[in-house]
Design a protein around this ligand. Structure first.
Ligand code: ZN
Length: 410
């Protein structure tokens, strides 16, 4: 029997030629790829794209793992629900989107020693009712929901009164405080999205602030944003990559007021409503200038701050931050800005790693570590050092200061 090789059969059918040709071609392809990668690497040493730069630190330092907070934590700044339909932070209806139900949050809370979460974006109306029922009322002392202004009523001539009444209603429904998004001062206009910009200290909000004082509801206020967001997105901007990725976060154009103008208007509100308790979120939104925040805290006894999403700032000036925590230990609240499934913003995604970084910053003297669970630092290319707070201050920051504002008891 003649042994016919597979090769000769293939060759006679012509298929072999095709296959051989293909294999040779494939070999050439992969060689070309390798060459391209080599050329690219060589090119990189001369001009590497910033987005590709991921330097590995060679410094060898102590690394402390802090899997659980030393004392139970009240996270004063999370976003568990959000408006289903909003334009620049103006909710167009009361419907809420739920980022994660309580049962999805508990495992992280148990592992990391998180006693309670404050959900700042609870909205208003039926959306608020649903949120309070699902979280606060189902799990008392584990969740606190805040209400938000009804800006969709802003054009109504009775807005000041309607807004004050909405706060009273929200309080009756179980809201624990009021949250102001940066919408106020940057986006809200006379005709909601058009017309003249509405100032933070517009007197039409006075009844709202006063009602909060009357009902002892703390006001969590986020106005303005990091200083770099008010500078052009160019090679001198320390948040260049972040602003390039999110061009809508830039307020450098003349249509926006300056950071200073917004904060001055905010301070006039603090001065005009001394009985209202304010928590100026994100280290008073001026963590780059702790001296300035200190001056505001000295001027306004009704002002407190949280540290949410500002470890990048506090941790790059650890000695100044430590002094700041010493001096204002009764007015600093633990907050993270944690958002379940907020993977796009690693500095505020609700997960185990995020909390561990906060604990490491507050509890250790570790140096030069990442402030966010991300391969590239998302809020500026630098690292942070811990501030090693003593136990008495840790207790206040972790839970006592927030407990006082929320009337939370064990
Ligand atoms: Zn927030």
């Amino acid at each position: 029997m003649t042994q016919i090789s597979r090769r000769s059969v293939l060759a006679t059918t012509g298929l072999g030629m095709l296959l051989e040709g293909f294999l040779k071609g494939w070999g050439r392809e992969s060689a070309r790829d390798a060459q391209a990668a080599k050329t690219q690497d060589e090119g990189d040493t001369k001009s590497l794209a910033l987005a590709k730069y991921q330097p590995v630190s060679m410094v060898r330092l102590k690394e402390t793992h802090v899997p659980r907070a030393k004392y139970p934590v009240i996270d004063f700044h999370t976003h568990l629900t959000d408006s289903a339909k909003a334009v620049n932070g103006v909710s167009l209806g009361s419907e809420r989107v739920i980022a994660a139900p309580p049962n999805e949050l508990f495992p992280v809370m148990e592992r990391r020693n998180i006693l309670a979460l404050v959900n700042l974006t609870g909205g208003f109306g039926t959306g608020l009712q649903d949120t309070v029922a699902r979280y606060d009322k189902s799990f008392p002392k584990r969740f606190y929901t805040f209400t938000e202004p009804s800006y969709h009523l802003f054009q109504d001539s009775k807005y000041p009164e309607l807004q004050a009444n909405a706060i009273i209603e929200a309080h009756q429904e179980g809201a624990s405080g009021l949250k102001i998004l940066k919408t106020l001062g940057l986006y809200l206009r006379e005709q909601t999205t058009q017309g003249k910009l509405v100032n933070v200290d517009d007197p039409r909000f006075d009844p709202m602030w006063e009602t909060c004082a009357h009902l002892q509801m703390p006001v969590a206020i986020h106005v303005s944003d990091p200083l770099a967001f008010f500078k052009p997105t160019d090679r001198f901007n320390e948040r260049y990559e972040e602003l390039s990725n999110h061009p809508d976060w830039s307020f450098a154009s003349p249509e926006f007021p300056s950071n200073e103008q917004i904060l001055e208007a905010r301070n006039r509100v603090f001065a005009r409503h001394p009985k209202t308790t304010f928590v100026a979120l994100h280290v008073g939104n001026l963590a780059e200038d702790l001296q300035n925040v200190s001056e505001s805290l000295d001027r306004f006894p009704n002002m407190n701050i949280d540290i949410a999403a500002r470890l990048n700032e506090l941790g790059r000036q650890p000695r100044a931050a430590r002094k700041f925590f010493d001096k204002y230990q009764d007015r600093i609240l633990f907050g993270t800005d944690a958002t379940p499934h907020g993977d796009e913003y690693p500095q505020q995604v609700f997960n185990d790693s995020l909390y561990e970084i906060y604990f490491r910053f507050l509890e250790t003297d570790d140096e030069y570590f990442d402030y966010a669970p991300a391969p590239i630092p998302p809020q500026g290319r630098w690292k942070i050092s811990g501030i090693d707070l003593p136990d008495a201050i840790l207790r206040k920051v972790y839970n006592q200061n927030a407990a006082r504002l929320l009337s939370h008891t064990d």
